[in-house]
Every structure is written in C-alpha cells, then in structure tokens.
Design a protein around this ligand. Structure first.
Ligand code: 0X9
Ligand code: ZN
Length: 404
C-alpha cells in the first residue's frame, strides 16, 4: 500500500531547471477546533493563537480554526473551551492525495469528467474540448497571465446572434477551494452538452452571452495540487519571506478597509494597492471589455451561502430588495434540487465585513448584480477537503441543471 508521502514523491518530479523544489507543507497533527468565543478579547486571543480561521464569519460566537500542535498548546493554556472538529488535517490531505493518485493510475474519471477534482492542465484541456465540440457556441478566451506566467483561461458561450446581455461566472480566487473550479466547469459543460436536448438550456444560451473563468488564481491552484493543499492566496513574492496576496481583498471598491489586512503574512493580505495583482486585474479587464455585464457569480467554498454586496460596509445597497429576491430564489432552487440548505443575505451583515472583494467592485463600480456563492460543505468537517461525491453529483442525469 503506497502511503501519501510516497505518492507525493511519485507525483512531483525534480524541477527541470535544477532549481529547488518547493518544500511540502504538512499538517500532521493539525486539528480544526470549534470554539465559542464569548467576547472581543477572546476573539483577539484566538486570532493570535491561530492564523487560519476556517469559519466564514469571523466574530464573537462559534468559530472554527485550524491549529498546529504548538498552537494547540497555546489554546490549552488560554482557557478557551473547544471541541475538535477534525482530528488530523494531514490524514484528510493524504487520503485525498492517495485517491487522486489512484484515479490517475487507473485512468478513471475519463467517462465522467465530474467524478473527480481536476488539476489546472485537465481543466484547460476540458475547456478546449468543449470549444472544439461546439465551435458554433463556444470559444476559449485568454483572460490574462498569472504572476508565474500561467494563462488564465475562460470560455465564452452563446448561441447565434449578437447584442445579448453578458454574464460572468468565475471560480478559484482562493486556491484551496477546489469545488469552486468544478462548479463553473459543470455550468460550462451543461450549457454546451445539453444545448441540443434541453430547450431551457438552449433558450438561455441563445439569450445570454456567458463568460466562464474557472481558475482565476492558477498559480495558487497549481500550488495546492503540489506542496501545500491549504494555500489560499496567489503566489506573489512579498519580498519579506512571505508569499501571496488575497485576490479577494485586492479589488478597488472598499480596498483597504475592515476585514482585510496590511500584513503580508495574513491570509487576507490585500496587496500594496488595489489591482496590484495580475490575476484580479485580468478579471477586471474582462469585465470592462464587455460593455454591460449584467450579472456575475464569484464561486468560493465553503459554508453554503448566497451572498450579495456589500462586503466592505454594513450599509445596505439601494438594490436590497432585488438582491433579497434573487438570493432567496437561488437558495430555494438549490434546496429543491439537492436538498441542501443555503443561507442568503448581504455579505457584511450575514457574515463579516470583508473589503476589496470582487463583488463589491462588479456591483459598485460596474453595476452588475453580483453574488458570492460559498459552496459545499456547510461546515469545517471536511471543509476544503471535500470528497467529490459531495462536491458534485457523479451522475449528471440525476441532477441536470443546478447542482450546487
Ligand atoms: O473571505 C472571503 O473572501 C470569502 N470567504 S472565503 O471563506 N471563501 O474566503 C467571502 C467574501 C464575501 N463575504 C463577506 N464579505 N463576508
Ligand atoms: Zn474563498
């Protein structure tokens, strides 16, 4: 039986240029714990203990954190009560890596592309296949280039005619949120493959110009398939030994405000300026190039939420009633199809303030009705390391259109 570590060595060949391979980041003995924080002081103490909150809502009340064995000792000393949600994060990562290696070895998943998570190259291959299958409906678009020189690919899908309202779906501003790659890919696949057989799909593809960008953060995504499964940010070298800017804190509306950090080591580091990063700039440029993008969904995981602006302020938008209606309709549709409960609401109020997020810009600057959808699962176990059967249905037929 191959262990996760052996498979990791098999999977990662030495760097062709003879350079240093990135060190594997391991999470042996790291737990995810749930604490019920009673005060701002307890929250501050907890944020000093752990650098990786695993709960959407950062605040007083119940919260989940990943803690290393050293941080666990600090937690014990702090007197804050906790429950263990995940015993050992590395066990989940190893199991996922073994499963993916096994799938790779036996060539499984070829018949059903959505039966397993897919890496950056496989996603690009699939985008090309979809466009080749239906050149009358789809073309692959080059949205931009990441810091490390990877292409940010998208696909444009629409039926005959021009002048249709454009809509953008994107995923994976955050590298470790793998399901947020698969869902936009599933949408693209469905729009193309069901066009001839499903009148509702044909109708919407004929009436709307879809832009789908499944991997906004290719460098981070590739990194999560390599040395660090839990990487979140892009791979900016911050020049002080730390890496990464949080792309979803790098947009200009509300940039620099509450719920973003000026500290380079933070998981929510906002960067030196709004749009300092090529990946967020690339998505912005795609948006601007399309005269009136009417709506957009930015996919993330996890928590099962349908969030609308604003993120940076507790104020309500002038469109609050429309957002409520759209948000609850989406949540209801998901419940009807999958029986999964999604909660909808304005991001800052439902959860926590987060400044410089993409939907505040796509709505506030561009006027597009914009949502962040936090996909499955609902909670921190298993959090980001979700088995594929829970991320998307293995059988397309059981669940044709909405599967989130
Ligand atoms: O923090 C984020 O960027 C998003 N959550 S995630 O766990 N995927 O990182 C949420 C952004 C919108 N939410 C709020 N403004 N609260
Ligand atoms: Zn995210």
């Amino acid at each position: 039986m191959l262990t996760g570590a052996v498979l990791w060595l098999v999977a990662f060949t030495p760097a062709a240029d003879g350079g240093e391979e990135p060190q594997e980041v391991r999470y042996d003995g790291h737990k995810v714990v749930r604490v019920d924080l009673q005060s701002q002081a307890e929250l501050d103490r907890m944020l000093r203990i752990s650098t990786d909150p695993w709960t959407e809502a950062v605040g007083v009340g119940p919260m989940d954190f990943r803690v290393s064995p050293q941080e666990m000792a600090l937690l014990e000393d702090s007197g804050i009560d906790y429950d263990v949600v995940i015993e050992n994060v590395q066990v989940l990562i190893d199991a996922e890596r073994d499963r993916l290696a096994f799938v790779g070895l036996r060539g499984a998943g070829i018949g059903d592309w959505f039966a397993e998570f897919k890496d950056y190259d496989a996603v690009n291959t699939k985008l090309n296949e979809l466009a080749t299958l239906r050149p009358d409906l789809a073309e692959v678009i080059n949205v931009g280039t990441s810091l490390e020189g990877r292409t940010i690919n998208g696909i444009r899908i629409t039926g005959p005619g021009t002048g249709k309202p454009p809509v953008l779906f994107n995923g994976c501003q955050h590298a470790r949120e793998w399901i947020a790659v698969m869902v936009p890919m599933y949408i693209a696949d469905t729009l193309i493959n069901d066009y001839d057989t499903d009148p509702a799909i044909q109708d919407i593809v004929d009436r709307v110009e879809f832009f789908i960008v499944p991997i906004v953060n290719p460098d981070g995504y590739v990194y999560t398939w390599g040395p660090d499964r839990l990487w979140r940010k892009n791979r900016r070298d911050n020049g002080d030994g730390t890496f990464g800017v949080d792309l979803n804190r790098n947009w200009s509306v509300g940039w620099g405000g509450a719920g973003s950090s000026g500290s380079t080591s933070s998981q929510t580091y906002r960067g030196l300026a709004a749009f300092s990063e090529p990946e967020s700039s690339a998505l912005r440029d795609l948006f601007v190039a399309s005269p009136q993008m009417v709506s957009t969904i930015d996919f993330h995981s996890y928590s099962q939420l349908v969030l609308s602006p604003w993120g940076y302020t507790l104020d309500l938008t002038p469109d609050v009633s429309l957002y409520d209606e759209l948000g609850s309709t989406m949540a209801q549709a998901i419940l009807d199809v999958h029986g999964t409960t999604y909660i909808d609401g304005a991001a800052a109020i439902t959860l926590y303030q987060a400044s410089g997020i993409s939907i505040d810009w796509t709505y506030g600057d561009q006027g597009a009705y914009s949502f962040t959808i936090e996909l499955r699962p609902a909670g921190s176990s298993p959090g980001f390391i979700l088995p594929p059967t829970r991320s998307f249905p293995p059988a397309r037929r059981t669940c044709r259109r909405r599967f989130i």
